[in-house]
Design a protein around this ligand. Structure first.
Ligand SMILES: [Zn+2]
Ligand SMILES: [Zn+2]
Length: 325
């Protein structure tokens, strides 16, 4: 079974956190945080349609320039989601340059700033020399982006400043039953993507497909698909170590296939973690275990642990695998 989301951290856990998620079957990718992204290839940068920013500390936002530099000729808009000040930060970045020769370019940047139970939308279009236009205010019910293939949810957390955590959830996964295809004498081809799309969009049973010059309805083809549980990937970083945050994070990441979570400090430095508004590795492991996560990937380690034998990763995984029963 091919997963829909192919995900990886761009950097080592001692460097800026940034998660790159390629969406299979769509020439498209999502980015969670935009720290240094210099390791992404040009073709990967071109695929990024949506950037989810936890907060705008420099290690989570400095890569915006790299993306901006790559995209002016792209016709597909770039959407940026983040906490209440994210539009100000995008504006600040754009104001750092001179744009008198940009009017002919197609790039449109749409920004979604989450403030309590609202999302404020702002536009920065190349044709207006990236001048800021604040648009509508919409209700925020926990979902930032809903498409037929997947949903991205966010929760606001405390990191002394507001900080978002995200979950990416595939609605359901569609596999193709090759035996059923063979029995019907149907070839593999692009029509399978169209079939999956029609199933996701709950199109009517008489929707037609042309396969090898023959007409089939959706109802006739339905049984070549096998529906299974969708993938869930969560991303949590820069979170103060307090009960309220931890409770909210466990709810958000529950039953994730993979949780990417910060493990900035070791438990022995818990006091420092509290002072710096970060989690400890042990807490990251506990969150993943209590939320029933399948796979925990820890990231964003303090550089002071670079040459130590007991790494934040060891501590987090020990706690994650430690049964409380
Ligand atoms: Zn950070
Ligand atoms: Zn931070």
């Amino acid at each position: 079974m091919k997963p829909t989301f192919i995900h990886r951290l761009i950097n080592s856990p001692f460097e800026d956190p940034s998660l790159f998620v390629r969406i299979l079957w769509e020439r498209r990718a999502l980015l969670f945080d935009i720290g240094c992204i210099d390791r992404l290839e040009a073709r990967e940068l071109q695929k990024i349609t949506d950037v989810f920013v936890t907060h705008t500390h420099i290690d989570h936002f400095i890569g915006f320039d790299t993306l901006l530099r790559a995209l002016p000729r792209r016709k597909i808009p770039l959407r940026v989601y983040g906490p209440s000040n994210v539009a100000d930060c995008v504006e600040g970045k754009l104001r750092g340059y001179t744009w008198n020769l940009i009017k002919e370019y197609p790039l449109k940047i749409e920004v979604f700033s989450v403030k309590e139970n609202t999302i404020i939308t702002s536009s920065f279009h190349a044709e207006n020399c990236f001048k800021r236009i604040d648009n509508s205010i919409i209700h925020f019910d926990g979902t930032l982006l809903r498409e037929s293939l997947f949903t991205v949810k966010a929760i606001p957390l405390d990191h002394q400043i507001p900080c978002l955590a995200f979950s990416l959830e595939e609605e359901f996964h569609i596999n193709i039953n090759k035996t059923a295809l063979t029995e019907m004498g149907l070839p593999v081809g692009p029509w399978l993507s169209e079939l999956k799309k029609a199933l996701r969009e709950c199109k009517s049973g008489d929707t037609e497909f042309m396969i090898s010059h023959k007409r089939y309805t959706l109802d006739e083809l339905r049984h070549v698909s096998v529906i299974t549980k969708g993938q869930k990937v969560s991303y949590v970083t820069d979170v103060s170590i307090n009960d309220e945050n931890i409770k909210k994070v466990i709810e958000l990441v529950r039953n994730s296939d993979t949780l990417y979570c910060e493990a900035y400090f070791l438990e022995k430095d818990r006091e420092r973690a509290i002072e710096r508004f970060h989690l400890t590795a042990k807490t990251a492991g506990m969150i993943a275990r209590d939320a029933g996560v399948k796979n925990l990937v820890v990231m964003h380690f303090s550089p002071k642990y670079k040459d130590q034998s007991d790494t934040p990763e060891n501590e987090a995984l020990r706690e994650f695998k430690h049964s409380t029963f």
